[in-house]
Design a protein around this ligand. Structure first.
Ligand code: ATP
Ligand SMILES: Nc1ccn([C@H]2C[C@H](O)[C@@H](COP(=O)(O)O)O2)c(=O)n1
Length: 203
C-alpha cells in the first residue's frame, strides 16, 4: 500500500509523513530531499543549477535511506542530510526541480523503493504514484507556515514568509493536488491532529 502526502512548502509534509508512517509501521520517503541533495552537490561543485547536463554526472553516488525515524541522503559514504535544509539550498532547489532530466532521475529512485511506504512531496499523487489508493494534500497560509518555520531558522517571520511565497510560485507547475486527494488545511490543527486525521481516514 502506498500513501501519498503532497503539499506546499513547510506545510508539514515530512513531520506528518513520519508520524503516519510510524503509526502504520512502514517507511516514509521525503522526495524533496533528493531535489535538495542535487542542489547541494551542484552548489558545492560550482555548477550551473539550470543545466541538467552539469548536474547529472554528480549523482551516481546519491542514495536515499528511507528510515521511519527520518530520511537520510548519502553521497557514497558521506551523509548529506544535515546540510539539506539551509537557506542557500532553499534558494536554488526550485531551479533544479524544474529540470525534466532531474525529475526523471528522482522519480526513478522513488519508484525503485519497495511497497508499502508513505511518500511525500509535490507530485507523489499526480505523477510518481498516480495509482496510490490513499492521497492527501496539506495546505496552510504562508504566515502560519512562516511562524512554524521561524522556530527552526535564524531569519525573521516576514523574511521566511516572503521566501516561502516565492518558492510556492516557482513550484506551482508540479504542486497541484491530485483530483482524488483529500485536501487538509493544517492551519487550525496541531501536528498530531493532522496525523490523526489521516490515520482516521485510512481506517
Ligand atoms: N499542524 C502543525 N502544527 C504545528 N506545527 C507544525 C504542524 N505541522 C508541521 N509543523 C511544524 O512546521 C515545521 C515544518 O514542517 P515540515 O518540515 O514537516 O514541513 P515540510 O512540508 O516537510 O517542509 P519542506 O517543504 O520545507 O520540506 C516543523 O517545525 C514542524 O514541526
Ligand atoms: N516531489 C517533489 C518534491 C520536491 N520538489 C521540489 C520543490 C521544493 O521547492 C523542493 C524542496 O522540497 P521540500 O523539501 O520543500 O518538500 O523540491 C518537487 O518539485 N517535487
Amino acid at each position: 500500500m502506498i500513501v501519498t502526502i503532497d503539499g506546499v512548502a513547510a506545510s508539514g509534509k515530512s513531520s506528518v509523513s513520519s508520524g503516519v508512517a510510524q503509526a502504520l509501521g512502514v517507511p516514509y520517503v521525503s522526495s524533496g530531499l533528493l531535489y535538495r541533495a542535487v542542489t547541494l552537490l551542484g552548489l558545492t561543485a560550482g555548477a550551473d543549477l539550470a543545466d541538467a547536463s552539469a548536474l547529472l554526472p554528480l549523482l551516481p553516488g546519491v542514495r536515499l535511506e528511507p528510515l521511519a525515524s527520518g530520511n537520510r541522503v548519502w553521497n557514497a559514504d558521506h551523509d548529506l542530510t544535515a546540510d539539506l535544509h539551509s537557506t542557500r539550498v532553499d534558494g536554488g532547489v526550485s531551479t533544479v526541480a524544474a529540470l525534466p532530466e532531474i525529475r526523471e532521475w528522482v522519480d526513478a529512485q522513488l519508484r525503485a523503493l519497495p511497497d508499502p511506504l508513505v511518500a511525500e512531496g509535490r507530485d507523489m499523487g499526480t505523477n510518481v504514484f498516480p495509482h496510490a489508493p490513499h492521497k492527501f494534500y496539506l495546505t496552510a497560509s504562508p504566515r502560519v507556515r512562516a511562524e512554524r518555520r521561524a522556530k527552526e531558522r535564524p531569519e525573521d517571520i516576514p523574511a521566511i514568509e516572503a521566501a516561502l511565497t516565492e518558492r510556492d510560485r516557482l513550484d506551482t507547475t508540479q504542486s497541484a493536488p491530485a483530483p482524488d486527494a483529500r485536501v487538509i488545511d493544517t492551519g487550525p490543527l496541531t501536528l498530531q491532529g493532522v496525523i490523526d486525521t489521516i490515520l482516521a481516514d485510512l481506517r
